[in-house]
Design a protein around this ligand. Structure first.
Ligand SMILES: [Zn+2]
Length: 128
């Protein structure tokens, strides 16, 4: 048994990519990040345990939108694809958060400048 963290290290070290060509006859990868119940891509990996000498993984998944939990047996390629997608989603969320913060900060600065220009606030409002 190995945790998915160990798998993750292994995948990075060996540059395992989900985009690798699939041998003929294999089923296409399931997109595990999509919730089977609500259809949204809010599924997070709770835990993963190695099975069948590392060829398959038992994963516990949880949808952040509808809170449905699923226990699935997935291939190594599917787990790798899920981890890649979760990493991408995290990066996208971080970028969105920075963008939102910049917009909000710009709004606050504009309000502050307008208040200064209209003498609604002055030096007396600061310090002491
Ligand atoms: Zn859901």
């Amino acid at each position: 048994m190995a945790s998915y963290r160990r798998f993750r290290f292994h995948a990075r070290r060996n540059r395992v990519q989900s985009s690798e060509a699939r041998p003929d006859g294999e089923l296409p990868l399931r997109r595990l990040v999509l919730c089977r119940d609500c259809g949204r891509d809010f599924v997070a990996l709770i835990d993963a345990l190695e099975c069948d000498d590392g060829s398959r993984w038992a994963v516990m998944l949880r949808c952040g939108a509808c809170e449905t939990q699923r226990l699935l047996l997935v291939s190594t390629a599917e787990l790798d694809a899920l981890l890649n997608e979760l990493e991408w989603n995290a990066l996208t969320m971080e970028a969105d958060a920075v963008h939102l913060w910049r917009e909000r900060t710009a709004d606050e600065i504009e309000i502050f400048v307008t208040a200064l220009e209209r003498d609604l606030i002055g030096t007396d409002d600061f310090g002491h």
